[in-house]
Design a protein around this ligand. Structure first.
Ligand code: GLA
Length: 699
């Protein structure tokens, strides 16, 4: 074959397609039959727009010192196209060398109002690698991109990203989240610079440290105004997200995960907003919300973990259940410690039968007591794990995933779910408990890291969860992994709640919940009123603060209610009743994070869809730098309406910081316009306290 010189850019043949929602347009272009490229994603374009011109103008000019061709950033860019940034796919042949496909035959195979699907083949007769690409605008405005890759035998794929999504240069800020056990969702921010910013979880689960989402924001973008773009990957087995600026100035983001299979599918969600970070969150949150069971009020949980740990006594648990119900709990969750021989965390994982020492009559005496109090019953499992001190391990040491010289984690190992007999065993064990007792809820834990990501394991987990959800349609599942170690849109296809953190410290939670709401609906974030002396931080926090922080999300309690003083008990009952009266509104409307110049304040608003009603939470983290913080500007209201605003709770207003004030602490009638422009001056607060306002349209 003769070598060919690069074509003149102006001679490249271009084919374009567009997808529209009411407010957004995506334009895809195919250059000389190559893999489609996303050339516009954002503001809605007029019907008459010249798409080919857009496709041409987004290609950078070639200067000296470069390869000759003008190189598009396709959804799967490859070196043989001339792309010198991170490739969208890396394939190795049996000799270990990289093999680059040359995709030159793109065919649109289906098209609908909100959906495009192409196959992409290599040129010539020897087609080794095939792509199928699909893009779909979700009704929420989020675009789902799915790409599948097939290869002939004898090749190994080292990397395959779902799609390279261009990030325009006017969105230079990269916002994402780090974290750790008991300190999840820590926001970090940096600017794009030449090279790569990579977020990678290699622990076979999403991990506390690397939530799989990235946001790109304009310099002037804040919570409520400005442009931003976000991407997340619905996968729970570890991932890599690469944001890159190449020497020609182009920026893009790719998402993918480890795999060993020859047939690979990847999915990513991409969103764009010109209504600030809240606008982006609203779209992403709607993707998750659309899958949640409709019109189910989120019951107040009681979880016994921090009350009793492994010390299960039926009499004590009954006493605790009675008190929990008296304080308003509606679902009692029996945590770790109920199964055979499980007296501490070194033993018994895998043996999912009720411990006869602790429960000589099975769980019936407890479940009957719980249901007689009008509560549902939920139970903890950690199905994917095994302790070597267990009957299961003694019978099936070969069921463990990975090499025998791997390190343990929390003294445990991982079961190989891709083995059909393992999945069947777990299904049967969980089904047996679920059928024997009135179980409506499973807290599904995963307390150790894997030593590598294995996509077969994650696929098998999803199939097991699907099977259980089908067999028990009324069963709800909560995703937990030492707190928030497996929080992602993959798990949220099967789970309806996440245990955001093992920290029940309301102060930590205030910040964490606020950040998690960038990606997660408030109602899936489990939040519990913890013990007075927090077990993971040593802090002592007021019941008022603990209660309101939990009421912001899916509320629960997780302490020994026998420790409550009369005052704490009254406060808890009052806040729980408020949560019950308001949960449908909180979980059904729109959620906004408020901008505040005072970094010690985390403020949020909930507004119903008709803008008739709102609730604002103003949480004080530490002591403010200034004497009084600026008035807080509300958002999302009807500017022309007048709202009656009242403080729900004055318990947390300290006299020492509010000796005199020009405004009535409590009620005011103000227009939406005034509340959104001048804002409301709030009373000064001590650290670790919360103000709650309610607003009602009066005209
Ligand atoms: C993990 C969970 C906790 C609790 C314990 C039980 O750490 O995150 O909430 O369930 O396991 O062992």
């Amino acid at each position: 074959m003769r070598h060919k010189l690069a074509k003149r850019g102006a001679d490249i043949a271009i084919e374009c397609w567009r997808l529209d929602t009411d407010r957004r347009t995506a334009v895809f272009a195919c250059y000389d039959g190559g893999v489609p490229a996303l050339v516009h994603f954002g503001r809605k374009l007029p019907d008459s727009e010249d798409l080919e011109a857009i496709a041409r103008y987004c290609m950078p000019n070639v200067a000296g010192g470069q390869l000759d061709p003008v190189v598009p950033l396709t959804l799967v860019p490859t070196p043989l196209d001339g792309w010198q940034g991170h490739p969208g796919i890396i394939i190795r042949g049996s000799d270990g060398r990289t093999v680059d496909p040359v995709w030159r035959k793109t065919e649109l195979i289906s098209e609908a109002e909100n959906h495009l699907r192409w196959t992409v083949l290599e040129s010539g007769d020897d087609v080794r690698f095939t792509l199928v690409l699909e893009v779909r605008f979700d009704p929420t405005g989020v675009m789902a991109i799915e790409s599948a890759y097939k290869s002939a035998e004898g090749y190994r794929v080292e990397w395959f990203s779902c799609a390279a999504v261009p990030v325009p240069s006017h969105l230079p800020r990269i916002v994402d989240h780090g974290g750790r056990w008991t300190g999840e969702f820590q926001r970090q921010e940096r600017e794009f610079t030449l090279g790569q910013h990579v977020r990678e979880s290699r622990e076979g689960r999403t991990g506390h440290a690397h939530f799989p989402g990235m946001i790109f924001a304009a310099a002037a973008c804040d919570e409520n105004t400005g442009e931003c773009l976000g991407v997340t990957i619905p996968w729970s087995g570890g991932h890599r997200i690469i944001a890159e600026e190449t020497p020609d100035g182009r920026r893009h983001v790719q998402t993918g995960f480890d795999t060993r299979s020859l047939n690979i599918t990847r999915k990513a969600y991409v969103g764009w907003s010109d209504e600030g970070l809240n606008g982006l969150s609203d779209m992403f949150v709607s993707v998750v919300r659309s899958r949640l069971p409709k019109h189910v009020a989120r019951p107040v949980h009681y979880n016994c973990w921090e009350a009793v740990y492994f010390r299960h006594s039926v009499d004590e648990l009954k006493q605790i259940a009675t008190l929990a119900a008296e304080h308003g709990a509606e679902r009692f969750v029996l945590d770790d410690g109920w199964f055979k021989g499980r007296n501490d965390d070194t033993t018994s994982l895998g043996d999912w039968v009720v411990d006869e020492q602790k429960y000589p009559d099975g769980l019936h005496p407890l479940t009957e007591h719980v249901t007689s109090l009008g509560m549902e019953f939920g139970i903890w499992f950690e199905p994917e794990m095994v302790n070597t001190a267990s009957d299961l391990y003694r019978q099936h040491p070969d069921w463990v995933l990975g090499p025998s010289n791997q390190p343990s984690g929390r003294g445990q190992f991982v079961l190989d779910l891709a083995k059909p007999e393992v999945s069947q065993y777990l299904f049967d064990a969980i089904a047996a408990i679920t059928k024997s007792y009135p179980v409506t809820y499973i807290k599904w834990d995963h307390n150790r890291k894997l030593t590598s990501g294995v996509s077969e394991q994650t696929g098998a987990l999803y199939r097991l969860l699907e099977r259980l959800n089908e067999a028990f349609p009324n069963l709800e599942i909560e995703s937990c992994a030492s707190g928030g170690g497996r929080v992602d849109y993959g798990m949220l296809r099967h789970a309806t709640r996440v245990w955001l953190s093992d920290s029940n410290d309301a102060l930590e939670r205030l910040r964490m919940q606020h950040e998690a709401s960038r990606w997660l609906p408030v109602e899936v974030q489990g939040s519990h009123v913890g013990p007075r002396h927090c077990h993971t931080s040593g802090r002592v926090l007021s019941m008022n603060f603990r209660g309101w922080v939990a009421a912001q999300r899916h509320m629960g309690f997780e302490m020994d209610p026998r420790e409550l003083t009369e005052g704490e008990s009254q406060t808890l009952k009052r806040i729980t009743n408020w949560y019950k009266d308001n949960r449908e509104f909180l979980h059904g409307g729109r959620h906004y994070r408020l901008d505040s110049d005072d970094h010690e304040i985390f403020a949020e608003m909930f507004v119903d869809n008709d803008k008739d009603r709102f609730v604002a939470f103003v949480g004080q983290w530490g002591a403010s730098a200034q004497i009084a913080s600026d008035p807080l500007r509300f958002v999302g209201l009807d500017a022309d309406a007048t709202y009656a605003v009242k403080l729900v709770d004055t318990e947390s207003i300290p006299t020492a910081l509010n000796r005199n004030s020009a405004f009535p602490v409590g009620d005011a009638n103000l227009s939406g316009a005034a509340l959104m422009s001048g804002g409301l001056r709030c009373p000064n607060l001590f650290p670790a306290s919360m103000l709650v306002y309610e607003g009602m349209r009066v005209k």
